[in-house]
Design a protein around this ligand. Sequence first.
Ligand SMILES: [Cu+2]
Length: 326
Amino acid sequence: MPAEDTVFNVVYDKYMFWSILVGIFTFGWMFIAMLRYRDGVEPDTTEKYKIEVGSFPVDSHNTKLEVAFYVLPTILVVWLTMIALASNYSAWTIPNDEDTFNVDVIGKQWFWEFHYLEELTWEDDPNATNIDVDWSATNLIVDTSGSEATNVTVEIDGVKFDYAIDIVAEMASISDFYLDTNLHNVITVYDANDVLLHTWEHLPVGTILSTAGGQHLIIPCDESSTLDLYSRPHDNSNPAYVGVQHSFWLPEWGVKEDLVPGLEAGTVMTFMPDDAGTFPIRCAEYCGLYHSKMVGNIDIVARDGASCAADSGIKKMDTGSDGGGY
Ligand SMILES: [Cu+2]
C-alpha cells in the first residue's frame, strides 16, 4: 500500500482537478471583468449591459444563469465533502481484535517502542533471494542453492551463533537448537562480504522492539493491522510526568494518529498494507529537544510460507534511518 494506492491519493487527485478547473473559470472571469470595466473604457450603455452602481440589474438579468451559480457550486461542494468523509470513514473504521494483527506502539522521549500482542513468523521471499529457511523442532535447514550465501547466524533472544554454509551442498543443516516459539528467533544469511541476503524471524507474544536500538516495526502484509498508541514516560520515578504528546505518522500511506499522555485507553490506527518493503515512521507532533530524531522504519513482510499480493520481490529498500523532523 504505497501512497498511490491509498484512498487519500484518490481524494487528492479529485480535489486538485476541480480546484484547477474552478480556478481557471474564476480567475478567467475576473480578468475579463477587469479588462472590460477598467478606467478609461467607455461603458456599454445599451439597455442590455447598463449597470447602475448600487442597484441590481432587474431588467437585464438571467435567472437560469443565476440559479446555476448557486446550484452547481453547491453540488460540487457536497460531492467533495462526501468523498472526503468516505476516505475518513475507511481510515477510521476499526476492525475487531480477532480480525486484525495487534501491536501496541509506545511513544517515549524520543523513540518508539513496539509491543507485540500476537506472534509473527515471517521470511523474505525465497523466490527473490534463492534462500529458504525451514526450522521444525531440532532440524534447522537453510537451503541456499542458487545464491551466493556463505554464512548463517542463528540468534535466540539476542544470543548469536554463527555457522558456515556447505558451499558444495549449498545448504546448512543445524541440529543444535530446539525451536522454542516462546523465544525471539532470528535467522540471517550472509554472503562472503557480510551482505545480508535473507532473513527468517519468529517474534513471540510479548516481544518488544525499539527504534532506540535501531529496530524496525514489523507488520505482515495483506492483513488488517491495528496499532494501539500510547504516550508514556521512561519510568515511573516522577509521578508528575506522564509523557508528552507525540504523533505516529506513516507518511507513505497518509495515516497519522496522536499519542496522548495520560489517556489510559490510548488511540488507534488501522491499515492494511499489501506491498512488502521498508517505509518511514515519523513523529509529527513537536515533543521536545530531540523530536527530529524520533524517526523509525516499518517493514512490511510476508508470513513464513506466504507471499504478498502486490509483492515486487524486493523487501529491503533503504530509506535511511535519519530523515529529519517534520
Ligand atoms: Cu515525538
